[in-house]
Design a protein around this ligand. Structure first.
Ligand SMILES: Nc1ncnc2c1ncn2[C@@H]1O[C@H](COP(=O)(O)OP(=O)(O)OP(=O)(O)O)[C@@H](O)[C@H]1O
Ligand SMILES: O=P(O)(O)O[C@H]1[C@H](OP(=O)(O)O)[C@@H](OP(=O)(O)O)[C@@H](O)[C@@H](O)[C@@H]1OP(=O)(O)O
Ligand SMILES: [Mg+2]
Ligand SMILES: [Mg+2]
Length: 345
């Protein structure tokens, strides 16, 4: 068992936020005595910087959680031992390493299973769960925009769009969402003729007017946090009749585009009802088999309760989630405690 209270007896870690990095701390036989929760992480340097902030590491340490960098050049089994493995790296080889490790180390919680994450790397399968769910209750209705997959042959896009009855404008998104810069290169197509300029493989999604604000719903296990971000502005009928072409747009809803403090129309700014999001998150956690993700959800402009999920991301930028330090540490501890309960029952 590795519990917070027991850890606080350890004189090596009982002071306020220690200045040295966690990876300098020794683990091994000592760890058994101190009942530390050891979290191995395999993340990009960008992610380490945004996620493993000093305040977070300090808080975690005080709660008995030790973060240890995984060395990708050494066998995973020779490292640790870990209680939890956190990861967001791509590549078939890495996936296989994790899969093998899960088989041989069932006592370790790997967040999350590589196969389940793979599901989010394709913009079609990513939203399938939301479509299947057909969530509709007294709090509102949640769907996905109508969309079409184009695997190849740009010259056939206009025909395919016509056949499927999709309505312009369309958001063109690379089919693969693997975190590469290219996978975030999106464009807005205003007219049929220009569709041939697009580069498959892609997903064409109907653009839904939503008042220029979207909601990012961060999920960490059972915890949910919602923030507002600026998004693409509505496209008017007049604009649609005048504008021709395909336009690349940048990452409009990045962290710098926080709309939480903006003076917005309350009908646009009002957060989606909490019970609706709770239900959505719970179902998605179960259907996707994931515990760490966020989703982008928009409210159809002019409605109060028609929502569309447009994107789901694995292990998103939690560093920007308000209060992530406490939410995340509590989550990590709860994982270990529930494992202990399972073992002792
Ligand atoms: N169907 C849609 N209707 C209206 N706006 C949309 C739609 N799809 C995407 N957008 C706008 O485009 C932005 C980027 O789309 P999306 O979130 O799918 O891309 P992404 O590159 O996966 O983003 P992220 O950085 O969150 O991973 C959204 O944040 C939103 O502003
Ligand atoms: O770069 P940021 O910190 O903003 O985090 C973004 C994260 O990048 P990172 O994994 O490199 O951190 C993205 O992952 P990839 O799709 O590129 O894999 C994606 O999840 C975004 O949605 C995150 O933005 P958020 O949704 O939280 O605003
Ligand atoms: Mg998004
Ligand atoms: Mg995304």
């Amino acid at each position: 068992m590795r519990l917070e209270e027991e850890f606080s007896h350890c004189d090596h870690y009982d002071q306020e936020e220690q200045p040295e990095t966690m990876s300098q701390c020794s683990i091994g036989p000592l760890q058994q005595q101190q009942k530390i929760v050891v979290v191995g992480y395999a993340l990009t340097s960008k992610k380490i910087k945004s996620f493993l902030q000093p305040k977070f590491e300090g808080l975690a340490r005080n709660k008995g959680i030790l973060f240890v960098a995984i060395d990708q050049n050494r066998p995973l089994s020779d490292q640790g031992p870990f209680d939890i493995v956190l990861h967001k790296l791509t590549g078939k080889e890495w996936r296989q390493i994790l899969e093998d490790y899960r088989q041989t180390h069932p006592e370790v919680t790997v967040l999350d299973p590589p196969d389940a994450i793979q599901h989010l790397h394709n913009r079609q399968s990513m939203l399938q769960c939301v479509a299947d769910m057909n969530l509709s209750n007294s709090y509102g209705k949640v769907g996905v925009p109508r969309q079409l997959v184009i695997k190849k042959d740009a010259s056939s896009i206009a025909d395919a769009v016509n056949k499927a009855g999709l309505i312009l404008p369309l958001v063109a998104k690379p089919l693969v969402a693997d975190g590469s810069a290219k996978s975030h290169e999106l464009s807005l197509a205003y007219d049929q003729y220009s569709l041939q300029k697009l580069e498959p493989p892609l997903v064409l999604q109907e653009f839904v007017n939503h008042g220029g604000v979207l909601f990012k719903v961060y999920i960490v296990g059972e915890a949910i946090k919602v923030v507002r971000r600026f998004s693409l502005p509505d496209v008017t009928k007049r604009e649609l009749s005048k504008v021709k072409g395909v336009f690349r747009f940048p990452r409009v809803s990045c962290a710098a585009a926080s709309a939480d403090d903006a003076d917005l129309d309350p009908r646009v700014a009002e957060l989606p009802p909490r019970p609706l999001l709770e239900r959505l998150a719970k179902e998605l956690r179960w259907r996707l088999g994931l515990r760490l993700f966020n989703l982008d959800i928009i409210r159809e402009h002019g409605t109060r309760d028609h929502f569309y999920v447009i994107d789901i991301n694995y292990f998103p930028g939690y560093g920007k989630m308000p209060g992530y330090e406490h939410i995340f540490t509590d989550f990590l501890l709860s994982l270990v405690q529930s494992r202990y309960k399972k073992r002792s029952s």
